[in-house]
Design a protein around this ligand. Structure first.
Ligand SMILES: *[C@@H]1O[C@H](CO)[C@@H](O)[C@H](O)[C@H]1NC(C)=O
Ligand SMILES: *[C@@H]1O[C@H](CO)[C@@H](O)[C@H](O)[C@H]1NC(C)=O
Ligand SMILES: *[C@@H]1O[C@H](CO)[C@@H](O)[C@H](O)[C@H]1NC(C)=O
Ligand SMILES: *[C@@H]1O[C@H](CO)[C@@H](O)[C@H](O)[C@H]1NC(C)=O
Length: 189
């Protein structure tokens, strides 16, 4: 597993990562039967103090073929872009990169994750060019994009893109600067 992450951290939360069996590392969950890594959960549980996990995500993460849960929320990756190869983790059902310190364009490659049920991308440092890629997220139930810069996307585009998602139940779009774009309600006169 060392090949997967290069992480710098200032907290002993990852001290268990010296053990030779990575299934016993904190935040890692393996399938009981196959032994394959199915979850990497390094989100910061406190929300108050950051764990300060940073570093880089390497493409070798794709070797975790059974990965279905990846949570890096509330960390301090320092302004690096969300890697495009995350869109190749075809078994992902849960991906949470909210407030993890990623910045820049959300790669449309994430739209290839057709098994994804929950997607967290809440971060003021992220933006999108359009939301066409969202159409591929056919299993998505919970979508959070609070703070993501959406004004550049035409109202009709994002509404129709999200409207196509057959399984969507919860949508969070606070602080997306959509204020002026919401169509005015019909007049009461
Ligand atoms: C897998 O192992 C964990 C920890 O020992 C246990 O809590 C869980 O119930 C097991 N799951 C299955 C499907 O056997
Ligand atoms: C994370 O970094 C911040 C700012 O440098 C620091 O205030 C905080 O104590 C660090 N958190 C931990 C858990 O080390
Ligand atoms: C994933 O999506 C991107 C951009 O939407 C596309 O260019 C690429 O071919 C797709 N890859 C796969 C394996 O489907
Ligand atoms: C992602 O993680 C954050 C904090 O760890 C949590 O509040 C949020 O509900 C999670 N899910 C999504 C879809 O953002």
């Amino acid at each position: 597993m060392y090949f997967v992450f290069v992480l710098l951290y200032s907290h002993n939360c990852l001290s268990s990562w010296r053990n030779t069996n990575c299934c016993q590392w904190q935040g890692i969950r393996c399938d009981n039967v196959t032994g394959a890594v199915v979850a990497v959960d390094l989100h910061n549980p406190s929300h108050v103090e950051f764990w300060n996990i940073s570093g880089e995500l390497r493409p070798s993460l794709m070797k975790l073929k059974s990965l279905s849960h990846l949570d890096l929320s509330f960390n301090t990756f320092s302004g690096i872009p969300i890697p495009k190869f995350l869109g190749s983790l075809m078994h992902l059902q849960y991906l949470n990169l909210s407030k993890a310190g990623f910045a820049g364009l959300i790669p449309p490659h994430l739209g290839n994750l057709s098994h994804l049920q929950s997607l967290g991308l809440a971060d003021y440092s992220l933006h999108v060019k359009n939301l066409e890629w969202v159409a591929g997220l056919v299993s998505l139930k919970h979508f959070r994009m609070d703070g993501v810069d959406l004004p550049s996307v035409a109202t009709t585009d994002w509404v129709s893109a999200l409207n196509q998602l057959p399984s969507l139940m919860k949508l969070h779009l606070s602080s997306c600067q959509l204020f002026g774009q919401i169509p005015s309600p019909p007049s009461l006169n």
